[in-house]
Design a protein. Sequence first.
Length: 496
Amino acid sequence: MTSKTRRWLVLPVVVGLAGCGDSGNTTASDSGTMTQGTVDPTGTPTGTTPTMGGTATDTDVTAGSMTNGMTMSTTDTPTSTVGPTTSTTGPTTSTTDTTTTTTTAATATDTTAGPGTDSTGMTTGGVCRPGETDGMGMAEKSYIFIPSENLDDVAKVNTQTLIEEARYKIGPGGESASRTAVSADGRYVVVNNRQTGRSTMLAANVEDCVDTNANGMIDTSQNSGDVRPWGQDECILWQIQWPYGGAWDDGPRGVTWTPGTWDPVQCKYVDPKVWIGYMAQDQTSVHLVRVAVDGTVEETIVVPGWNGSGFAPYGAALDPDFKPWFSSLRGEFVRVNTDVNPITVDRFTPPGNVQSYGFTVDPDGHPWFGGNCGPITRFDPDTQTYTAIPGTETGCWRGVTADKNFTWVANNSPCALAQVDRMTNTLVAQHNTNPCSTAIGLSVDIEEFVWLVDMGGWAWKIDPDNVPAMQQVMVPGSHYVYSDMTGGQLKSILPQ
């Protein structure tokens, strides 16, 4: 059975640098040890409900402590363009959030519709469990969202037709977009811009876009050549200007969604959240923030003394317990324990040879690292052990993704795509692409095809059962991206 006939059984998805990395520096310890600590922010936030065209503030500065005796405090002042609904909540938040004038409104996930149809008009099957197929839509829509660091935009490519259906500006200029993340239901996409410190969210479905100019229609991009000026595409729902350190290496990178809460009546997840990491203004700590679909900043977790070669959290992914993980550039990585109150953060420092760069979490809950320049490495959270994949010690690895059988890693030395058997932790092959400029980002679509994005201005759609028959898809722009561009990573860890 080929990937073309396989289908996932949960929810319908609507879905550059050369050499050895951003800085070229190696700062991780070579001791081979792991350190672990916990950040415990405490306190109850005060909150206000943002209103259309008005200003809302949320101020709460709270001190806490780490198990190693370090002190921490949270002071976060993002400038956010958000929608008019929901209030700031989150009993474990330590936050100072200032939101400013709203220009567009996000349509929140419908949590009130009963059996019959959901908010997209799709028939639901009444009471059900994740993995049941009644009314689930299967692979009706599937997109990959590929950002361009040099064009300040993101391309929406249909993974089935291979057609670029739209392109959106994600900032006024100088954004240097490098990460995208798609929600579990495929409706929302967040793009992180490392140069300007801006995060932008767009709607993948026109029914979730907002007629802000009240002309009775949605003014939005219709094809690859139809790129509306910044602020004039009504499928851009909000943007947040984070209070980041101000430098290119401080801006938001790592981003991942949580699916929300399972509603058996609607037969879907509702109220998803997105987690974003950036370097704080002090340039020594990082902020991990939880944001609602309407742009409300609900939670800010501060991790002081961040060990990441001077860069913001580099990658992010969700594990099967719905806990976000954030990785660094050649340094530590953290697990956000969202199942406890107050939220805690576990910190891990891998052996120095890991040289972490690309990052994902597989369906079994194991984080994977693409070393740059170091081996492909798997981490087992239960045993807290690291497994370097034999034969990958000398690669220059970049983006990482995982499907149910394999972990896939982009390589720049040589330019290739590595295929690793997840069960045996062995290198199956290094596949050549022709042409190959700089292999960067990887993601898995709803039909389990692997997508490899090249900085040179194209992507490859790859059937794991027939890798040599890969299809090239031209996508203009320089694509420096390490993230879940299809929502496939998030889908892979949901209950089946």
